[in-house]
Design a protein around this ligand. Structure first.
Ligand SMILES: *Cc1c(COP(=O)(O)O)cnc(C)c1O
Length: 393
């Protein structure tokens, strides 16, 4: 399709495959299999699958393909392959690429399940994994080796919103020939251009901003046609992590409004961060586009917006944080993010509960830290809600 479309046009029109009925809205092809006109056609398709041909929904499906083509166009990626969840996407990326004896360097601040895959599963199969402070380029440089096959990082970490220098880390990784894999969930496909900045493979949990309305799990891997078709696809299609056509349709409809939603939530997140900074009940407000963020310059250079998540460190530890959470009236207590509803999480007792106190301290996850994923509510109402809850701490 037209390469000079801008984001909002791509988000609405890219990837559409219309059936003979000429439907306006993308159709849900809720089918596992596909009928062949003849035995000869079936034989031919098993030799080579054409662009608009399908064999079985675990391998591909027209609705899923629409979603893959739309997000590939948005990211400027050669190709994409969808997965049943963000973790199915991360798992398939590393398991399809790596083998026993390979070396991987990863940032330490990772989503819990990503950490499990790298630290527990990969090492069980003889992959050597070194973890570094992802914000420290010297640490990356020291850990990289001539035999390093891949580096892995979350471009913006959860929940302390550290920003990884994509260009810096990618340049170092490419010097030793390592593939750069970036989990780009927190930075969002709207504000981040991770592929342009040097990442080779970008992974999303589409469960977050792309659905954006708290309904379905999904994931996607983006990269070169060679990586997607020759490395990732054979693994993913044979191991069963396919995205359901229904969920792909939800993601397609989510993409229609992705730019509008992410920008609205991010504007509100910045307003909240600015208004709450210096509040007497908070020891710290963390938001990448606040001048007080330790990597403000990098965050401004690398991301067009600061994202939809901010973190608040409530003075008074766990007890104060719990009182704050329980006093909120609009923001709901849950552990998802990127939703139209604002969601608060206490990482130390939920998402990061299984870490030791030392590990949490190393990641900056204090007992008072609260992660706030900003939704689509009115900014003034949200600020009032946070302020009234802080008053009750
Ligand atoms: C949520 C999330 C995942 C996992 O995605 P699922 O869709 O829940 O499997 C991976 N990485 C990051 C950064 C996430 O926020």
């Amino acid at each position: 399709m037209s390469k000079d479309w801008n984001t909002r046009t791509k988000l609405v029109h890219e990837g559409i495959r219309r059936s003979q009925y000429g439907e306006v809205s993308e159709a849900i092809f809720l089918t596992q299999g596909f009928v062949y006109d003849s035995a000869e056609q079936a034989e031919a398709r098993f030799i080579e699958v054409g662009d608009d041909e399908f064999i079985y929904a675990r391998y591909g499906n027209p609705t899923v393909r629409m979603f893959e083509e739309r997000i590939a166009a948005l990211e400027g990626a050669e190709d994409a392959f969808a997965a049943a969840s963000g973790m199915a996407a991360v798992n398939a990326t590393v398991m399809s690429l790596l083998k026993s004896g390979d070396h991987v360097v990863s940032s330490r601040a990772l989503f819990g399940s990503c950490l499990y895959i790298l630290e527990t599963i990969l090492t069980r199969y003889g992959v050597e994994v070194d973890f570094v402070d992802g914000t420290d380029l010297d640490a990356w440089k020291a850990a990289l080796r001539p035999d390093t096959k891949a580096v892995f990082f979350e471009t913006m970490s959860n929940p302390t919103l550290e920003v990884i220098d994509i260009e810096g880390v990618s340049a170092l990784a490419h010097e030793v020939g390592a593939l750069v894999i970036a989990d780009n969930v927190f930075a969002t496909p709207i504000f981040s251009r991770a592929l342009e900045q040097g990442a080779d493979v970008v992974v999303y949990s589409t469960t977050k901003h792309i659905d954006g309305q708290g309904r379905c799990l999904g994931g996607v891997v983006l990269g070169t046609r060679d990586f997607i078709r020759k490395t990732l696809e054979p693994y993913l299609k044979h191991t069963g992590g396919a995205l359901s056509p229904f969920n792909a349709w939800v993601m397609l409809k989510g993409m229609d409004t992705l730019d509008l939603r992410v920008r609205a939530s991010s504007d509100t997140a910045l307003k909240l961060a600015q208004s709450l900074e210096g509040h007497g009940k908070l020891s710290r407000v963390i938001y990448p586009h606040l001048a007080s963020h330790p990597q403000f310059d990098l965050a401004k250079r690398q991301m067009e917006g600061g994202g939809t998540v901010l973190s608040l460190d409530i003075a008074g530890g766990k007890e104060a944080a719990f009182r704050f959470l329980n006093a909120l009236e609009i923001c709901t207590i849950s552990n998802n993010l990127g939703d139209s509803k604002s969601i608060v999480t206490h990482p130390a007792t939920t998402t990061h509960q299984r870490l030791t106190p030392e590990q949490r301290a190393a990641l900056g996850i204090t007992e008072g830290l609260v992660r706030l994923s900003v939704g689509l509510e009115d900014a003034g109402d949200l600020l009032k809600d946070v302020e009234q809850a802080l008053a009750r701490v």
